[in-house]
Design a protein around this ligand. Structure first.
Ligand SMILES: [Zn+2]
Length: 74
């Protein structure tokens, strides 16, 4: 009977994953949260319920998203 010439399996390498501290993530989470609120305002209310910018440019750009998210439009 022939013996196998394959190399033995290498030992698995384990890497420890260090969790990010909350103090370093919190400012970015607040920043992204504010950006999302601004985006939600422009999609949901700008040039619909309220209008901070004149014209209909914002409305045309976010019109489909407004309908997709169920905001009242027209
Ligand atoms: Zn509409």
């Amino acid at each position: 009977m022939a013996q196998s010439t394959a190399a033995p399996n290498p030992t698995p390498v384990t890497q420890a994953i260090t969790p990010l501290p909350l103090r370093s993530v919190a400012p970015w989470a607040v920043f992204v949260g504010i950006l999302m609120l601004v985006l939600l305002y422009f999609v949901g209310a700008e040039q619909g319920a309220v209008s901070a910018l004149s014209g209909e440019g914002v409305h045309e750009w976010v019109h489909d998203a407004r309908h997709l998210l169920g905001f009242p439009c027209h």
